[in-house]
Design a protein around this ligand. Structure first.
Ligand code: ADP
Ligand code: MG
Length: 817
């Protein structure tokens, strides 16, 4: 292994340029040198070189303490040395070693290097001071390896950097003093054994109390110097520090006081001081071993900190400005890797296998469009054109279709499926739940059957007059009987069935297509990105259409779903009404029930979404049953109620849905699992219990279940005891109807990474990046695209660390490693 002397050389040159004022590197040269030397000496195999490095070190002294003249001498001697040593490292180092200008005592004081075989991916128990019981506590926080610990960032920092003298102290603010302990003793304060001390500096004295911490009295020996950080209050007209953070003034960096002090997320049994101390040690020792995987050009062009520096500054920042820079670097990494990931995936999808170019079957398509019970909207026409253009290409389509709830995505997808069938390919339509699969089967069969059809026993044969052979559409879900299922699977693999509708089980279990040409995935955010690659593993590169009603701002969509091209249906079919939305107080429940009763009297139907129960689907189901019984017996005993929850057998669910759709039920009581996609135009009331516990986009989904017909519809939101944030959400959903606007609000209200539950969707976690940070998103995206154009498979030697990192954060991909 060779030493990378480049960073050292660069920094020393900069220091030289800046006139030896110790400003070349944040945190000062000393820290950098310590860490760099530690790393360099670890990695070299050339003993002579090693020896020279030792001699050049500023041992047990510091650059900071040298005079300008001494600094100059030292910097130049090291630069000379590097210039000679660098090209020949690894050979018989002939470089002459100039004597370091300043004589300093020997003995290297640098962080002790890890033992052989230990790296930042070793378990945290390799860290001195981390016992297995402490490790267990960290594991609970998701921290297993040294790397996890380095990326275990504080929730925030306390600003203890405002140093004051005692005479300058004022109440209320976070302030820091350095003072002498005059005396400290155990005292009883408010009946609690506590510590009370008097400390002073050249401007005066101040009283300090620590409630409940009598043991401190012994540690604060008279005449020691300590740093105190915290708030000052007024007690009997005099200043007093109340339970401040403290530490002794020693020859080391401050950890708990006098600076920006990190506050870590804690778990039971982890104490703040303990974690801070440990983190400091870990960062000093290990941060410099993190390989900076970003190509130099990217770093320079985007003006980003080095990775080790960013990591250490994110924990123990010099000041707010550097902390912000650190965050930018770390957030950039996340977004950049995300971009590279999705770009690689797209390339892989499109280049993996040749796709199936369809030819435009205009006759068939025209017949279909003419047969529809409505006119397509302009937006639907536009999107259909985009799809058809893709479908005619030899590269497999990879497209995200976004469209507000009720905008009519299904019919567009159906047209695409018809194109596949007309070209002799099979099409698969995948829904997130069986209920939805059934509903789509009904809808799609209906839409297709308006041209000409024969109803077979189990199948629907359509387009018998127009296509060479009649189309066959089938529903395949988990709960049908085994004999029928096996028969269906057989017919799918024989190529006998043209369009098959089901859940994602379609692409997972035992289903072999004969010639799959198009896969449609409804409601992507429920689906998980990984399932897409399941298709390819079956040996297909079908055209892929992913549909979602979650409105995603464009930049975001490009980032999160950058592997997909984007189409948007940005228009609702004519005649849709605004759904009147009201947030009701618990006391208004009875009048809400009365309202439902009046709607039912007018032949309308209503949904009631059960209170949200966190735990398991089983418990949710039980709660739903209870609510259903209560409503049937106590509230609506004279009306026809149905119950729908995830634990019911599919036949049962199907029966209930059919009855509701057919108007045989007045009210459908359902768990939140059924929020997506259900289409019953006669339903005009959506009542949501515990509405305060749903996110904006979910509430919007619920609301989208009504207002699908011509009638005025209503959404009633009940909230028991909403928090402040929940109240803000309820206010917003009352006022805003537009899904995109809601999505923006949602982004604003929620924290980073939460918006899409990136973990769920198979995307890497975002910790530092805020999805609302559009500028950084765009920067990361454009840099990723640039890099991707030069070296799409990251084969160049300078991109190898990046390829490695990408494979690490996207383990499920495995496609570019
Ligand atoms: P989503 O985009 O939420 O999946 P759907 O495809 O379920 O929406 O369509 C919602 C409703 O609108 C359905 O009842 C569908 O038949 C109807 N629809 C779709 N397109 C039109 C249109 N152009 N004009 C009128 N109604 C339409
Ligand atoms: Mg839909």
């Amino acid at each position: 292994m060779s030493i990378n002397v480049e960073p050292l050389r660069k920094i020393l040159e900069l220091e030289h340029k800046k006139g030896y004022v110790d400003s070349a590197v944040i945190g000062g040269l000393d820290r950098f040198l310590r860490n760099w030397a530690g790393q360099a000496i670890e990695s070299t195999t050339n003993p002579q070189l090693l020896n020279r490095f030792h001699k050049l070190q500023l041992v047990n002294s510091s650059y900071a303490s040298l005079t300008k003249q001494q600094r100059k001498q030292w910097v130049n001697s090291v630069l000379d040395f590097l210039a000679e040593a660098e090209p020949k490292e690894g050979e018989k180092g002939e470089a002459k070693l100039p004597e370091a200008g300043i004589k300093l005592p020997p003995v290297v004081s640098r962080p002790s290097p890890p033992a052989k075989g230990q790296g930042i991916d070793s378990p945290i128990t390799v860290i001195r001071g981390i016992s297995s019981s402490l490790a267990t506590k960290f594991n609970k926080l998701g921290v297993k390896t040294v790397r996890d610990l380095l990326y275990f960032f504080p929730r925030r920092h306390l600003d203890y950097s405002q140093r004051k003298s005692i005479s300058q102290l004022s109440e209320g603010e976070e302030q820091t003093i350095i003072a002498n302990v005059w005396q400290a003793q155990v005292a009883s304060l408010g009946g609690r054994r506590s510590t009370e001390a008097i400390v002073g500096d050249e401007t005066g004295n101040v009283r300090v109390v620590w409630f409940n911490q009598p043991y401190l009295a012994k540690k604060l020996v008279t005449n020691t110097k300590i740093v105190l950080s915290g708030r000052v209050s007024l007690f009997s007209g005099r200043h007093v520090f109340e339970s401040p953070e403290w530490e002794l003034v020693e020859d080391k960096e401050l950890i708990h006081t006098g600076r920006l002090v990190p506050l870590y997320p804690l778990t039971q049994g982890l104490r703040p001081r303990q974690v801070r101390k440990l983190m400091k040690q870990v960062i000093d020792q290990w941060a410099w071993q993190v390989e900076d995987f970003l190509p130099y050009q990217v770093k320079r062009h985007c003006n980003l900190l080095e990775l080790p520096q960013a990591i250490s500054q994110a924990h123990y920042p010099e000041d707010e400005a550097v902390k912000a820079q650190a965050r930018v670097r770390l957030a950039f990494d996340e977004l950049f890797l995300l971009q590279l990931g999705v770009l690689s995936r797209k390339r892989h999808w499109q280049e993996g296998q040749p796709g199936s170019p369809f030819s435009a079957e205009t006759l068939v398509l025209d017949a279909f469009i003419k047969s529809l019970p409505f006119e397509l909207t302009i937006a639907q026409h536009k999107v259909l054109k985009e799809l058809l253009a893709d479908l005619e290409k030899p590269r497999p389509m990879s497209r995200l279709l976004q469209g507000e709830v009720g905008s009519g995505k299904t019919v567009v997808a159906t047209a695409a499926l018809l194109m596949a069938a007309a070209n002799g390919y099979q099409g698969a339509f995948m829904a997130p739940t069986e209920i939805l699969a059934e509903q789509h089967f009904t809808t799609i069969s209906y839409l297709l059957s308006r041209v000409s059809h024969q109803q077979g026993e189990d199948y629907l044969h359509i387009y018998s007059g127009i296509l060479p052979h009649p189309l066959t559409v089938a529903l395949l879900i988990g709960d049908i009987n085994q004999v029928r299922k096996r028969e269906l699977q057989q017919r799918i693999s024989d190529g006998d069935i043209d369009i098959v509708i089901g859940t994602h089980a379609l692409i997972q279990k035992g289903v072999e297509f004969r010639r799959l040409g198009l896969a449609v995935v409804d409601e992507q955010h429920r689906f998980g990105v990984t399932q897409r690659s399941a298709l390819r593993q079956k040996g297909f590169s079908p055209h892929l259409l992913v549909m979602t009603a979650t409105p995603i701002p464009r930049t975001l969509a490009l980032t999160l779903y950058g592997d997909l091209d984007l189409s948007v249906i940005d228009q609702l079919p004519p005649g849709r009404q605004v759904v009147k939305t009201r947030w009701l107080k618990p006391g208004q429940r009875d009048s809400a029930y009365a309202f439902i009763r009046r709607q039912v009297a007018n032949r309308r139907q209503a949904f009631i979404i059960c209170p949200l129960v966190e735990e398991s689907e089983a418990i949710q189901a039980r709660a739903a049953v209870a609510e259903y019984e209560r409503l049937s017996q106590e509230v609506f005993s004279d009306l026809r109620l149905g119950l729908l929850h995830g634990r019911m057998p599919a036949v049962e669910k199907d029966r209930v849905m059919r009855r509701f759709r057919a108007g045989e039920l007045d009210i459908l009581v359902a768990t939140p699992v059924v929020e997506v996609g259900i289409d019953v135009p006669n339903a005009t009331v959506m009542m949501v219990e515990s509405a305060d516990r749903f996110g904006l986009s979910q509430l919007h989904q619920f609301r989208g279940r009504v207002g699908r017909g011509q009638e005025q519809s209503y959404c009633m939101l009940l909230a028991q005891n909403p928090s402040e944030v929940a109240r803000a959400r309820l206010d917003i959903i009352e006022k805003i109807q537009d899904g995109f606007e809601l999505a923006e609000e949602d982004l604003r209200l929620r924290g980073p990474g939460e918006f899409f539950g990136t973990r769920q969707s198979g995307l890497p976690d975002l910790r530092m990046a805020k999805l609302s940070d559009i500028a950084l998103l765009e920067l990361a995206r454009s840099e990723a695209i640039k890099l991707f154009q030069i070296d799409p498979s990251l084969d160049k030697p300078e991109h190898r660390p990046l390829a490695k990192e990408l494979a690490r954060v996207w383990p499920q991909a495995g496609e570019w490693s």
